[in-house]
Design a protein around this ligand. Structure first.
Ligand code: GLU
Length: 413
C-alpha cells in the first residue's frame, strides 16, 4: 500500500497528466516549502516533565498564507502531515480562496491528558513554532481532537509572544475571542451544500435516501444534525472510535448526540444493533459519509462497499487503490478537497473578520459559504465532463488550473 503522502503525489501526477500541465508546476507542488519538527517539554500534573514531538509543514503559499489545522493524535507522523498540508493547498484552490496549504500535528493522546496538561501542551507547541507562523504567514486551525478552547489558548500564547492582540494567528476560536459564527459546523455545512447540489443534479430527494455516517466528531456529528434537520430521517448507521450502531428505521440524531456527550460513545444508543466500523463501511445505503480518519476504505474492503455515493468529510479516507475500485464500481465519490472545504472557507472568513475587527451575523456567513461550495461543485462537475474523468481528479485539475496561474505570476514575472 502506498503511504498517504505517496497517494497524494500520485493524484497530483495523474491529474497533471490528464490536463497536460507543465512539469515545472508539478515539481513545485510535489514537495513542501518548509518542514518544521519540534520537541518541547511540559510539566505533567504529577510534577514530572514530559517531552512531546510536534510538526508543522508549510506546503505552498502561492495563493496566500499557509493555512491548515493542527492534529493531536498518538499516531501522527511526518508522512501524514505532509499529505494533509498538500491537500490543504489543493483544498483552498478548489474553493478558490486566497490561502495556501499547511498542516501541523502533535504526537499525543489528548484523551489521556488533564485539562491543565492539555493547555500547557497547546501553549508549548505554539510557542515552539511561533517564529514560523503569523496572521499573514501561516495560520493554524482545529483538526482531529483540537478544539476552539485549544485555539483560544494558542491565540493567547502567541499574543503574549508578540506583546499585542493577535486573534488572527489561528482560526476556529470561540466566538467570544474572535471566532466566526458558523465555524464550528462549517465543515459539515459545506459538505451538505455540496451534497445538495449533487442531489439536485441527480434528481434525488434527501428525504428518501439512506445515510451511513462514519465518525461522530465535529464533522460527522454536525453533518448528521444538519441532514436530520433538513429532513433526512433515514440515517441508519453512525459510528465513533468505539464502534457503531445500526438502526434500520433511522437514528434520532438529537438523542445520539446526547448519548455521545453523556457516555462518550454512540454505541450506548440503546436501540438497533451494535456493529463494528468495518461492518458500517459496507452497509447497503445511498450516501456514505466518511468523517473519521484517512485510509478507511482500502483495497481490502473497497469491493464490499455498497453505497451509491460517498461524501468525504475526512481528509484522505479512501486510498489510491480503493479509489480505482470504487470508480470501476461506478460509485460517485465527492472528494475531500471539495467536500470538507467548508471548514477552511469559514476559517478564511474568520481571518477576514479578524483583520477588519468587524464581525458578521450567522446568516451572512451562510450567505457567503453556500455559493462558494455550490458554484465550485459545478465548476468541478464541468471539468469532470470536459476531461472525461471522475470527480476527485476533476477537483485536482480545477485546483491545478488555479494554482498554475498564481505560481506563474510569482515565478516568471
Ligand atoms: N482542519 C480543517 C481541514 O482539514 C480546517 C483547516 C482550517 O480551517 O485551516 O480542512
Amino acid at each position: 500500500m502506498r503511504s498517504f503522502y505517496e497517494n497524494t503525489l500520485a493524484l497530483i501526477k495523474e491529474s497533471a497528466e490528464t490536463m497536460k500541465l507543465n512539469q515545472e508546476i508539478v515539481e513545485i507542488l510535489s514537495s513542501p516549502k518548509k518542514i518544521v519538527e519540534v520537541n518541547f517539554q511540559i510539566k505533567m500534573d504529577d510534577g514530572s516533565f514530559k517531552t512531546f514531538k510536534g510538526f508543522r509543514v508549510q506546503h505552498n503559499d502561492a495563493a496566500g498564507p499557509f493555512k491548515g489545522g493542527i492534529r493531536y493524535f498518538p499516531e501522527v507522523n511526518m508522512d501524514e502531515v505532509k499529505a494533509l498540508a498538500t491537500l490543504m493547498t489543493f483544498k483552498c484552490a478548489c474553493v478558490n480562496i486566497p490561502l495556501g496549504g499547511g498542516k501541523g500535528g502533535v504526537i499525543v493522546d489528548p484523551k489521556k491528558l488533564s485539562n491543565g496538561e492539555l493547555e500547557r501542551l497547546s501553549r508549548a507547541y505554539i510557542n515552539s513554532i511561533s517564529e514560523f507562523i503569523g496572521p499573514d504567514k501561516d495560520v493554524p486551525a482545529p483538526d482531529v481532537y483540537t478544539t476552539p478552547q485549544i485555539m483560544a489558548w494558542m491565540a493567547d500564547e502567541y499574543s503574549k509572544y508578540k506583546q499585542q492582540n493577535e486573534p488572527g494567528i489561528v482560526t476556529g476560536k470561540p466566538v467570544d475571542v474572535g471566532g466566526s459564527l458558523g465555524r464550528g459546523e462549517a465543515t459539515a455545512q459545506g459538505g451538505v451544500y455540496v451534497l445538495e447540489e449533487y442531489l439536485k443534479l441527480n434528481n434525488l430527494d434527501i428525504k428518501n435516501l439512506r445515510f451511513v455516517i462514519q465518525g461522530f466528531g465535529n464533522a460527522g456529528a454536525n453533518a448528521a444534525k444538519i441532514l436530520f434537520n433538513a429532513g433526512a430521517k433515514k440515517i441508519i448507521a453512525i459510528s465513533d472510535s468505539k464502534g457503531g450502531i445500526l438502526v434500520e428505521n433511522g437514528i434520532d440524531i438529537e438523542k445520539a448526540m446526547k448519548i455521545k456527550t453523556d457516555s462518550g460513545t454512540v454505541i450506548n444508543y440503546g436501540e438497533g444493533k451494535v456493529i463494528t466500523n468495518d461492518e458500517l463501511l459496507t452497509l447497503e445505503c445511498d450516501i456514505l459519509i466518511l468523517s473519521a480518519l484517512e485510509n478507511q476504505i482500502t483495497e481490502n474492503n473497497a469491493n464490499n462497499v455498497k453505497a451509491k455515493t460517498i461524501l468525504e468529510l475526512a481528509n484522505g479516507p479512501i486510498t489510491w487503490e480503493a479509489d480505482k475500485i470504487l470508480n470501476d464500481k461506478k460509485i460517485d465519490v465527492i472528494p475531500d478537497i471539495l467536500a470538507n472545504a467548508g471548514g477552511v472557507t469559514v476559517s478564511y472568513f474568520e481571518m477576514v473578520q479578524n483583520k477588519m475587527n468587524y464581525y458578521w451575523s450567522a446568516e451572512e456567513v451562510q450567505t457567503k459559504l453556500s455559493p462558494i461550495m455550490k458554484n465550485n461543485f459545478k465548476v468541478i462537475s464541468e471539468n469532470a465532463k470536459k476531461y472525461n474523468t471522475y470527480l476527485r481528479l476533476a477537483a485536482f485539475i480545477t485546483a491545478l488550473q488555479r494554482l498554475e496561474n498564481k505560481i506563474n505570476f510569482k515565478i516568471y514575472s
